[in-house]
Design a protein around this ligand. Sequence first.
Ligand code: BG6
Length: 493
Amino acid sequence: MSARIIPVQPFDYVVFGATGDLTKRKLIPALYHRFLDGQFDERSHIIGVSRTKLNDADFQKFAREAVTEFVQKDYQDKKTIDKFVSCFSYLANDVTDKSGWADLDSKLRSDPEIVRAFYLAVAPSLFGPICAYLDEKGYWRRDARVVVEKPLGNDLESSMEINDSISEVFAEDQVYRIDHYLGKETVQNLLALRFGNVLFEPIWDAAHIDHVQITVAEEVGAGTRGYYDESGALRDMVQNHLMQLLCLVAMEPPASDDANALRDEKLKVLRSLKPITGDAVSRMTVRGQYRGGAVNGGSVASYQDELPDDKKGSKTETFVAIKAEVENWRWAGVPFYLRTGKRLATRVSEIVIQFRAIPHSIFDHAEGAPKPNKLVIRLQPDEGVKLFLMIKDPGPGGMRLREVPLNLSFAETFSERTPEAYERLLLDVVRGNQTLFMRRDELEEAWKWVDPIRNAWDNASDAPQAYTAGTWGPTASVALIERDGRTWHEGDD
Ligand code: BG6
């Protein structure tokens, strides 16, 4: 079965922050791929807005550069690129200067059949002014959509302020909060795996699962990204990406794939998370910061060395490990170990479902004791699913048990390119499908869980534990799981 390309309705996508990094690296390349596949054509328009004084031709040049720099050469087709960039136009506008607000009237089409979407690829402090601009200028429509990205706040309070500023103009069903992890193919596959098969759901509970591990490990560093030092790994990765993954693993089957049915179930998981407060913070969490080391054969500087002078001495964490617990009937007693970090040994994101040991072994005289089954869902790279099973080693010589993976490698099974998360998400906005976007209550519930951890760290006298770049983080992270008689899943087995 090959991918089905269903064209979307023509749209006007207005991108605020049009000349920024996100637009260039992610949004334009993603839109290009959808255009190349014929999912939309020149009847759709992409209107860039930012403070920089550019004209349409300059912005088209910018779009062309984005494609040539960030789309794989095999997919760059001269004629298609020409047509694609002809969809782009530009408006220079400083939304913070009300007296000088420029008009979008000549660019935004009034035809109700043309979907209207506003992408705010800007700092959250500008969300309020942009929404006010859209409202006062009369660009708001009941069916218009607004797309926003993290950081949606630093904590619950600031997140509520940001959401309030958006909701002064847009209703919740018009707001698309991006967590790009939800757009990743394998993350959506988690839903297919759980709810498209009869095999897993009956054993997806505390009676059969010993624990769950969610790892998002990166090789890249962070010290040169200004925003990161304000945020740290807890806010940058755990509050959103890791907690969303946890929700998808732990949620009850929704009644349908309706956006709210799914988000209701995720919300219940977030509400069931056992708060980590007081003394529990030091027992259940580990934070680290990398020192110099070697990643992928090349030596790299420490986080501190990457920081500008005025930030030196920063206690921002570049690594987090947390033992989380979901307090409900399905998951009572099953720890969810989360960990994420920069400058780790390798780039890998995966979810490991570690099943319980068999209740009784009949293989007392066999070579090799039966190991508990394990399901490894690899989100990136080398997307795929491995189910580790015990089998008998073939041939004579008695019963020798061996653990072997049933290996579903997406690269080997499917010939198509794996689309980038933004391709799916950008067009879901056009389709009006909010399933893979975070609802306000989910976001706020996630902050409620993360804030006490953050506060305890901020008030602690100690600093994050140092770890050498190119390793799996501080030794305390190993201790966090080994104390419970378990180990982190690392490598291919
Ligand atoms: C972003 C974080 O949300 O996700 C980055 O801000 C991180 O710090 C990135 O590097 C990871 O995304 P991906 O898709 O490369 O795993």
